[in-house]
Design a protein around this ligand. Structure first.
Ligand SMILES: NC(=O)c1ccc[n+]([C@@H]2O[C@H](COP(=O)([O-])OP(=O)(O)OC[C@H]3O[C@@H](n4cnc5c(N)ncnc54)[C@H](OP(=O)(O)O)[C@@H]3O)[C@@H](O)[C@H]2O)c1
Length: 364
């Protein structure tokens, strides 16, 4: 089968189209013939070596994809041959909170990378049950014609979606669902601020609209702002032309501020987000588009009695809840462009350009 691997080092130029044998299924596992994948910003920074890669080289990138189950191992009951499924981002985070992920040994998962892992934040070894189940970083990803996953690590995807649309769900959509709905707790009548028009932000916009909230959005491009208007977003601002957009958000909310900010920028945007949010409001924080460290107005966090909450994708349970909402509302992910499997390099260059509006997909 064809696979795309990072072979001898980092960088888009180090990605190679090559052949591997089709993997064999063991009991409790499913063989999936992949149909589509999608890119996230994280894939770009894993491939260029900025975000620590835990899997040894050679490595198959990308966490998000969808395919058809073509073979099931002994004892599999959750899915059957012919089903269309996506792999979940954290293979072992099925429900509950992040630290409660099920240890692989208790679930028969045979996928895991055997080396000891070091926590990038604190430099200590991580317990098996935690980060060791990340697709497309700790584990090989989905840029292969066939992949094997444990049956507990896949979900059915909504029927009305094309393969490319369904392939956008595991990371970007689940993260934004968690940020807006599960942890964000957005209700009809709330106001939600989303930053930029990348994949995760447009999902946040759609989930906020689905929840009956008013959306305010920023972008660096007037052309993209026009597209935001077409999606029904009335309040928009160009953050390049108005760098102090936090004050503007205060103005358009009558001096109150928004109930929730979906923060994808990091240090370069967080202080404006702290200005834009209302007293007692929430910031769902999950991005690092402007980097990973900086000076933050920590006073605003307690003076405004905010909830500043970190979001790290989400569990299988959140994925399934989100899929029910997407299916019920026939919601369609916003796909900017689809590239062929062999065009992965061009797709990543396009992702790096920031020219996209929504998701970039790969068709197998
Ligand atoms: N923690 C998690 O679980 C998790 C999950 C998913 C994503 N993330 C993170 O979330 C971020 C977004 O990911 P993504 O995959 O959606 O990226 P993406 O699709 O590549 O988004 C790129 C877009 O972000 C916008 N942007 C860039 N710099 C900005 C800034 N200073 N202020 C506001 N918007 C800015 C731009 O929109 P305009 O062109 O409109 O300006 C750009 O086109 C990344 O940092 C990613 O690592 C984290």
């Amino acid at each position: 089968m064809k696979v795309i691997e990072l072979q001898n080092g980092f960088g888009i130029e180090s990605l190679k189209l090559t052949e591997r044998p089709i993997p064999k299924v063991s009991s409790g596992q499913v063989l999936i013939k992949m149909q589509a994948a999608s890119l996230n910003y994280r894939d770009l920074i894993i491939i260029n070596g900025t975000l620590g890669l835990k899997h040894p080289l050679p490595f198959i990138p990308l966490s998000d994809g969808v395919g058809e189950v073509v073979e099931v191992g002994e004892g599999v009951t959750r899915v059957k041959t012919g089903d269309r499924v996506a792999g979940i981002f954290f293979q072992n985070w099925l429900s509950g909170e992040l630290g409660e992920m099920h240890p692989p040994s208790s679930l028969g998962g045979a996928l895991l990378y055997g080396g000891a892992l070091t926590d990038t934040l604190y430099g200590k070894e991580l317990p098996d049950a935690q980060i060791q189940s990340l697709l497309g970083n700790v584990l090989d990803g989905v840029l292969a014609e066939y992949i094997v996953l444990p049956e507990y690590g896949v979900v059915h995807v909504p029927e009305h979606l094309t393969n490319e649309e369904a392939a956008t769900l595991p990371c970007a959509a689940v993260t934004s669902w968690n940020a807006v709905v599960t942890s964000g707790g957005v209700k009809a009548g709330d106001t939600v601020l989303v930053l930029g028009t990348g994949g995760a932000s447009l999902f946040a916009l759609q989930f906020a609209q689905l929840s009956g909230a008013r959306v305010i959005a920023t972008s660096s491009s007037d052309e993209k702002i026009e597209k935001l208007h077409q999606l029904g977003v009335l309040d928009t601002i160009n953050y390049k032309k108005t760098p102090d957009w936090g004050n503007w958000v205060q103005e358009v909310t009558g001096g109150v501020g928004v109930d929730l900010v979906v923060e994808v920028g990091g240090p370069g945007t967080l202080n404006e987000s702290l200005r834009a949010v209302r007293y007692g409001g929430k910031i769902s924080f999950f991005g690092s588009l402007t980097g990973g460290g900086g000076v933050v107005n920590t006073g605003a966090i307690f003076l405004k009695s905010l909830q500043l909450q970190g979001i790290y994708v989400g569990s299988r349970e959140m994925f399934e809840e989100m899929n029910r909402a997407i299916a019920l509302h026939k919601m369609r992910p916003i796909v900017d462009r689809v590239f062929a499997f062999e065009e992965i390099g061009e797709a990543l260059v396009y992702e790096a350009s920031g020219a996209h509006f929504g998701k970039i997909c790969i068709r197998f």
